[in-house]
Write a protein that binds this ligand. Structure first.
Ligand code: C2E
Ligand code: MG
Ligand code: MG
Ligand code: MG
Length: 294
């Protein structure tokens, strides 16, 4: 048996409980079985344009449905997958499953972007670009565009290598979004050559937007910075209408958050897309009645 990561994850406080817990549940070993037991799920969370109210795509977020543990969120097992190496097959599964499911979307909202999260250790692998390009070719659709979300930490080790991979993907029509922007290591010098299309402002700045002038300043600064370098901006963690309106005033391009919709299974997401009518001038989301996109 390989070293366990169970203890650290499940019980932070009590060592003896941990020892007992790990007798019954080895998260790392259970995770190894998750793909062939069909326990992984793709949830989708929509992103909407603040200018038009229209959906522009969705982020694919992994969930793990385990017989013993129920529905498990990624914060609980992505770190385990990263240390065990399972993150590579998991990412490949997500890429293929998200693109396959997106092929079933309705397209009355025009071209939609399907975003998949790519951690630094996966981006680092030499076969990464080929894996992404083959998934994109396999599930090709003229109305769905693949976007990969990477974090700033991807540039720490070998920035030239990371940039050249992102450039190869962009040459294939895949877009690149920098996730959790503002929390990691970023050098302003990157903005000259960063091969990205989009910045995603970290939730921590968005949550505090209305309460704290400093957070509002940071958001305005990121929007300005992004636009100066031809990048679009997504705000994630939009939980209320006031935040949505403030972001719109700040010229932020795209919003994602519980106020618009929570992440949901593919079938529910299809229903959400079918019923969505837009967002009116005062920022009210409408899922029925006349289309009010504006
Ligand atoms: P992330 O990529 O920054 O994803 C956004 C997270 O914020 C999601 O949590 C989403 O459910 C949550 N969120 C969205 N809107 C709101 C809101 O208005 N309020 C609040 N409080 N939260 C909101 P989730 O799905 O639990 O994922 C957490 C993190 O786990 C993700 O952060 C990402 O880093 C990682 N993750 C999720 N799916 C995958 C995956 O397929 N592969 C990898 N490598 N990482 C993943
Ligand atoms: Mg993300
Ligand atoms: Mg994020
Ligand atoms: Mg995050």
């Amino acid at each position: 048996r390989r070293a366990r990561s169970t203890g650290q994850l499940l019980c932070v406080a009590h060592d003896d409980e941990c020892a007992e817990e790990s007798e019954h549940w080895d998260i790392e070993m259970a995770l190894e079985d998750a793909i062939h037991k069909s326990e992984l799920r793709v949830y989708f969370q929509p992103k909407i344009s603040l200018a038009t109210g229209r959906p522009v795509g969705a982020e694919a977020l992994v969930r793990w449905e385990n017989d013993f543990r129920g529905l498990i969120g990624p914060n609980e097992f992505i770190p385990v997958a990263e240390s065990s190496g399972f993150i590579r097959p998991l990412t490949e599964w997500m890429l293929n499953s998200a693109l396959r499911l997106a092929g079933m979307w309705e397209h009355r909202w025009g071209v939609q972007e399907v975003s998949v999260n790519i951690p630094p250790c996966v981006l680092d692998r030499s076969d990464f670009v080929d894996t992404v390009i083959s998934a994109q070719k396999l599930w090709y659709s003229a109305t769905n565009k693949l976007c990969i979300e990477i974090v700033e930490q991807s540039f720490i080790e070998n920035v030239e290598n990371a940039f050249s991979k992102l450039n190869r993907l962009r040459d294939e029509g895949i877009s690149v979004s920098i996730d959790d922007f503002g929390t990691g290591y970023s050098s302003l010098a990157y903005f000259r050559d960063i091969p990205a299309d989009q910045l995603k402002i970290d939730q921590s700045f968005v949550f505090g937007l209305l309460k704290d002038r400093d957070n509002a300043n940071i958001v305005e600064l990121i929007v300005d910075l992004a636009h100066r370098f031809g990048l679009s901006v997504v705000a994630e963690g939009v939980e209320d209408i006031q935040t949505l309106s403030a972001l719109k005033k700040m010229q932020c391009d795209i919003a994602q958050g519980f106020f618009i919709a929570r992440p949901m299974p593919a079938e529910e997401y299809h229903e959400w897309l079918a019923n969505y009518r837009g967002i009116n001038a005062s920022g009210v989301i409408s899922t029925s009645g006349a289309e009010t996109a504006r």
